[in-house]
Design a binder for this molecule. Sequence first.
Ligand SMILES: *Cc1c(COP(=O)(O)O)cnc(C)c1O
Length: 478
Amino acid sequence: MKEILKQLPSVDELLKESRTQQWLTIHPRILVLEALRTAVNEIRVAILQAVSDESPPAEAGIRHPSIPDILDRAEGILTSLREPALQSLINATGVVVHTNLGRSPLSESAIRRVVEVSRGYSNLEYSIGAGERGKRHTHVEGILTRLTGVEAATAVNNNAAAVLLCLNTMARGKEVVVSRGELVEIGGSFRIPDVMERSGAVLREVGTTNKTHLKDYRAAINENTGLLLKVHTSNYKIVGFTKEVAPPELSALGKKFSIPVMWDLGSGSFIDLAAYGIGNEPTVQQAVDAGVDIITFSGDKLLGGPQAGLILGSQRYLDAIRSNPLARALRIDKLTLAALEATLNQYLDEKKAVQEIPTLWMLTQPLDEITRKAALLAEGLSAIGDADLSVSVQDDLSQTGGGSLPIGNLPTKVACISHNQLSANRIESLLRRGTPPIITRIKEGMVLFDPRTLNDEEIAQIIGAVRANLQKSGAKSQ
Ligand SMILES: *Cc1c(COP(=O)(O)O)cnc(C)c1O
């Protein structure tokens, strides 16, 4: 083994190979060097491992590493180094607003605007009419006030930023009254008490986990109260013996004591999804009608746009929020702004919005459409003609995801596969590690594809990937 180690070629020797020279004509030198170095290192580590285990290594390429073996390995590494780290993938999980998978895919018109605006210069902070410096927030303020009737609006980096900025502006060094039932954590890193602390505001918890009354808020108000905060508990639900204060009541209390009221809606839908039989999420319009002073929500949850945080409210609070020095640190960039403006404009026609904004379409598409796609997928998988492969279509539930509509699981039809020679975990892993990666769910020993989050083109890609993997593993086992 030690002999083999000594005989391993150096990177300089490998560089002289004609195959390596060929790579250098198409790939950056720095990547070729890294691939060669990594390949040699991997083999060295495997040999040392074999020495310490006192057993011969399993792979022939490591027992007798030849130059072509090492170059094969380096070529694989080089290929993966050339792939972008941030990749497109196929979401077959049926989770629509999937935070780990990039939340909301953009609509075609949003994509077009991003491409147009990013290609050249724009009036991002320039007033064309006046020929002087303009303001970046004005680009979405018009459409947001038109859609909701609020006085003023702005957009920042994300909703966590929106909440932080509002708390810091309205209540730094003051108390913020929140119900104990609404001190939520969203996705691990966003916790209302922690964001509150960072904002410089002091949390004043009232009520209990399951019940908070108006009189609890009332009793907490003192001369140092800066804000009454309501948080939509979008990722869980307290059921049973419960009481929360309705936003209009909280608004009235705030007005009586001249204390602003803020509602962090979280998802913030512009359309009433309950009308489509989905959940019971408050709409942005309901929040406006409740008379609260400040409303915040995400751009990439139920809105179906880019990552952003929207802040809507009265002019005087929005003025204060925009002139906070933190606003500069949390500002939205021009690509996001382009996509956001385009997405918001689509809401001027709700019927079109539901058809054209992918998140909304995936949520509201009729079960018939999902059934059609499940059948298409199942037919294609059966047509592979692998006797060991079982294919079926079953009833299941898709999730909205993204901390939205906690109990609003949606009926769906999934295509399911299992294989006599390959475990569900193995199939899941092969598909996940393919190109493009396909992300699936496993249930009761089967791999599930939920067509809610798939289009016909992706369905064809899934069938192709399953076929290729079965052929590969079939060839190996023979
Ligand atoms: C999701 C969510 C946030 C954070 O929004 P991001 O856009 O992910 O930053 C804040 N508050 C509530 C209630 C949420 O649901």
